[in-house]
Design a protein around this ligand. Sequence first.
Ligand SMILES: C[S@@+](CC[C@H](N)C(=O)[O-])C[C@H]1O[C@@H](n2cnc3c(N)ncnc32)[C@H](O)[C@@H]1O
Ligand SMILES: Nc1nc2[nH]cc(C(=O)O)c2c(=O)[nH]1
Ligand code: SF4
Ligand SMILES: [Mg+2]
Length: 239
Amino acid sequence: MKKVPVLEIFGPTIQGEGMVIGQKTMFVRTSGCDYRCSWCDSAFTWDGSQKPDMMKTDEIVDRLNDLAPGRYSHVTISGGNPALHEGIGHLVQTLKQQGIKTAVETQGSTWQEWMLDIDEVTLSPKPPSSNMKTNWQQLDFYVERLKEEGKGQASFKIVIFDIEDLKYALAVHQRYPHVPFFLQAGNEDVKEADDQSVRDRLLTKYEWLVDTVTKSEDFNNVKVLPQLHALLWGNKQGV
Ligand SMILES: C[S@@+](CC[C@H](N)C(=O)[O-])C[C@H]1O[C@@H](n2cnc3c(N)ncnc32)[C@H](O)[C@@H]1O
Ligand SMILES: Nc1nc2[nH]cc(C(=O)O)c2c(=O)[nH]1
Ligand code: SF4
Ligand SMILES: [Mg+2]
């Protein structure tokens, strides 16, 4: 059984983004990413500023139970890119055996077979503002595999900063029209310390996005969301 590089474990909190927004959940955040998004709000997982602990499944589960004994039934695995780590498969199996649901957040650049055991897979390919390039064949593969019978739900969640990002989101939406589709307002300053100004800025961006989408003929069956946790707690880590 392979250990997993864990950057932080926190919760209970609420899932602040995407298809199960509002869901009470714990977070396990892994370290390391194969991307370097210009606006990454979790750069501490890959920029060397914070060090991970190499953890076994039992140690991760013990930590979850210490933090929230009897107070959780849902665990979200994020990063970094958690799909770099084969060892997460054992954690997912163990949580499942205990009746705990799991969700994962990934950009969809690397595949792991344990994806098939996750209840909610959020795929978040990156728009031009990130400066990253999408591997469309790899994304095709993801969507194809996650369609298999009896698997959890998959959805797309694309972060939007500008019109170019919306054009990219449209290309994703049109390529995979049957996959539930979420647009998320981008946070332009992930270092801003004043919660109220983060809130004001995010709401302004969210309003722009809602306004643009409601006027568009391209995005009819989409959901538009802010990062709820950022509205509540600003740029704070571990919430
Ligand atoms: C930090 S990432 C970790 C998981 C994975 N690497 C990914 O990008 O999907 C979790 C989510 O936060 C989003 N995100 C990162 N930085 C953001 C920002 N500045 N504003 C809005 N969303 C952001 C990502 O697009 C992704 O959907
Ligand atoms: N509350 C909360 N919701 C989240 N949804 C996705 C997150 C992430 O960083 O992957 C995140 C996070 O860091 N906190
Ligand atoms: S893929 Fe996710 S964790 Fe990696 S740099 Fe981009 S937003 Fe950050
Ligand atoms: Mg986050």
